[in-house]
Design a protein around this ligand. Structure first.
Ligand SMILES: [Zn+2]
Ligand SMILES: [Zn+2]
Length: 231
């Protein structure tokens, strides 16, 4: 991973409002972050439920049940989380990335400790372009803070694909076919959690979960830093 030295210095001011701060965000901005509410959401994908005709599972999951069992988003992908994730992802801002991952570890409300965390992998070509995989860097911090094993080479991206954000919903579904491969999975693993930075339609994590289920993992969940509110 290549970080510029300026990102390793302690922040002197809040990234958002400029107030003096020892952390990347001041206490006021930290308190205002848009945490994701799981109230009245689908127990599988965490989309808000339409109470008139949906119970427990949203219409999307009723129509085509995902391969993962549960989604725990920490934040809504709204201001200022969208700005912070862009800073962590494309501007190599280590202090912001670390803060987001620490908040993830603090606020994740899980009932069952998984056997391992697997970050959504980047293709080696994309990794070279970007310099690092933000989901992996987040997963390292979450794994360390929660004392859960991190499996960095258990899933590999074997096809270079167009970024999902540049595609329509139907294109997203076919774009990732056969994009992933699993390696070195432990026979004892019963429950895996995928770590993603931003979840939108869930196509990427679903494709990955399907590979893991086919390889014999009984349960796959998703923990994401942020979940979009429109699909
Ligand atoms: Zn602030
Ligand atoms: Zn759902």
């Amino acid at each position: 991973m290549r970080w510029s030295w300026r990102n390793l210095l302690l922040p002197q001011s809040c990234y958002l409002c400029g107030a003096e701060s020892v952390r990347a965000l001041c206490p006021g901005c930290l308190a205002d972050l848009p945490y994701y509410s799981l109230e009245n959401t689908c127990i599988c994908c965490a989309r808000p439920l339409n109470r008139e005709f949906e119970e427990m599972y949203c219409a999307y999951c009723q129509q085509s049940p995902p391969f993962f069992s549960q989604t725990l988003p920490i934040f809504s992908y709204a201001y200022p989380i969208n700005h912070l994730i862009i800073a962590a992802k494309f501007e190599q801002n280590l202090t912001i990335l670390t803060l987001l991952a620490e908040l993830m570890a603090q606020h994740i409300d899980y009932q069952q400790i998984p056997d391992a965390l697997i970050p959504v992998p980047l293709h080696s070509k994309r990794l070279r372009e970007r310099g690092y995989n933000q989901s992996l860097e987040m997963a390292k911090i979450v794994a360390r803070q929660l004392d859960i094993p991190l499996a960095t080479s258990a899933c590999e991206r074997i096809r270079y694909t167009t970024p999902q954000a540049q595609l329509t919903g139907s294109q997203r579904k076919t774009n990732l076919q056969d994009a992933f491969r699993s390696n070195h999975l432990k026979k004892s693993w019963q429950h895996i959690v995928l770590i993603d930075d931003v979840m939108t339609t869930g196509t990427t994590v679903n494709e990955l979960a399907s590979v893991l289920l086919q390889a014999g993992i009984p349960r796959v969940d998703v923990w994401c830093c942020a979940r979009t509110l429109e699909y």
